[in-house]
Structures are given as structure tokens and as C-alpha cells.
Design a protein around this ligand. Sequence first.
Ligand code: ADP
Ligand code: MG
Length: 292
Amino acid sequence: ATPISITVASGRGAEVGVLFRDAAAIEGLAHVDVLVLDKTGTLTEGKPVLTDVLTVTDVAESELLTIAVALEAASEHPLARAIIDGAKSRGIAAPEVSNFAAVTGQGVRGTIGTALVALGNAALMESIGADPAPMASRADALRSQAKTVMFLARDGHLVGCVAVQDPIKQDTRQTLAALQAEKLRLVMLTGDSEVTAHAVATQLGIDEYHASQTPANKADWIAAAKAAGAHVAMAGDGVNDAPALAAADVGIAMGNGSDIAKESAQITLVKGELAGILRARRLALAAVRNIH
Ligand code: ADP
Ligand code: MG
């Protein structure tokens, strides 16, 4: 690309909310053949809503939500917002939690009174000796509707689960189809479960996805793809996505996401719309081909 074509692409990008950090970001994006996508906040709105509360016998829904909201009050995860708003609208107040700990990619735990409580995925339950199996089939039924399920344990016993739904961004499906038509290989990487990931991928026509990925797993997948000769762009929004954004040839931060994601990326899509990726790619291709 000539200096003038880079300047043109930067200027046009800025007009439509596509911010390229530098010339290398434009040239890099033009050469990408794999586009890795985070699910939550990238393909979806990142604004999950509490939809289901399931309890084991003897435990009241309000009891379950009381534990959940108490734990999430101290969390900054997007899932926490769904629980807090859901509990509030049901008139549930949050008691004090002590010994709070957030386990990255798994959930949250702490103490309420004398009870040890935890909320998160199956891996978190297993790590504290609570078997999620009694709710596994109900959890999978919710996940197959593309919902995210979180299990709740008290004193090492499973007491229930909650599910949230995060709407898919309005422009996602159409944009992915256009990106595929332009010969980009799409791969979704998510920390969410296999069944939820499958449901979302199917709705969106994404053939390749990997579920239950930690932030480090996402970065490793990208490093391996690069080592195999791929030119990789990664689009993400979360604090969690920063290592993967940094590992990619071109990191693309969704403007609706965290500042850490933006700092780790070469391109920022101001409006957080997925269509920004398509715009960015077309501007980059035009720049390297010297078409104004
Ligand atoms: P994503 O890749 O979708 O951003 P994360 O890696 O942050 O997901 O989390 C993976 C899984 O861990 C979530 O789907 C959820 O089950 C669980 N989890 C993480 N943080 C929390 C939290 N604050 N509360 C409840 N569950 C959580
Ligand atoms: Mg995300």
C-alpha cells in the first residue's frame, strides 16, 4: 500500500467508526485469512438477561437468588449484571459476602454467614466438590436454547442453577455471511459451554467453534493457527479477550467493550457493530490494491 492509500483508508475508516491504529493494522487486515470471534459481547449484545431459576428440592427460588445476587454484587463480569438486575426486579436483596473470590473463566465464590457458597460453571462446581450431574440434563435443555447456565453450590452441595440469555446483535448473521462470502475462515472461541456454543454457532451458520476456552486457551489457539501459516484477526470485547487480541496478527476491539480490549487491539470499532469488521476489511483491501 502506498502512503496515500493508507491515509485514505484511515480517513474513510474514521468517518465510519473504524479506527486503525497505524499502517500495519491496515496492511495486516488485508492479509488475514482467519477471523476468530469471541461470542459474548462480540456476536451477542453482551447484555444478558436472567431467564430461568431452577432449584433442587427443599431450596426456594428466593433463597437461590439471594445467594447468587450476594456473590455477583462484588463481580464485574457481564453475567453479574444479569443476576443483579434479575434479583432486583424480583425484590431480592443481597446479604453480605465475606472471603469473596472471582475465579477467571469459572465464576465466583465466598462466604455468607457460615455457609460456603459458589456460582459458576461445571468446572467451578467440580473444583469445590459439588457434582453438577443432577442438573445436567436440565442445564443442557437451557443451553440448547443458546442460554448460559451457572450452577450454585452451598457447603459443597449443588442447590440449583440459573440461566441467562444474551441476544445476538442484530447485524451479526448478515455480517458473518458476507465475511464468509469474502473467503474468510470464521472460528468462534468462547468460555461458554459446548451445548451453548453449538446452539449459537448453528443459529449463525458458523461451522467451526471451540467451547470452554480460558483466556489463555484462546491465545494459544491463535498462536497455533499462526504457526500453521494462517494470518489471524481476532475480534473481542472483554478483559478476558486481551491475551487473544494481543496474540493475533490483527486484534479488533468492539467499541462496546472494555478499555483493556481496546488497548490490546490494532483496530477499534467505535460502534461495536460487527459490520465494522466488514467495512474495515474492505477499506484495507482497497488500500493495498491502491484503489481509492
Ligand atoms: P466468555 O468467554 O463467554 O466471556 P468467561 O471465560 O468469562 O466467558 O466465563 C466462562 C464461564 O464461567 C461462563 O460462561 C460462566 O459459566 C462462568 N463464569 C465466569 N464468570 C462468572 C461470574 N461472575 N458469575 C457466574 N459465572 C461466571
Ligand atoms: Mg466477550
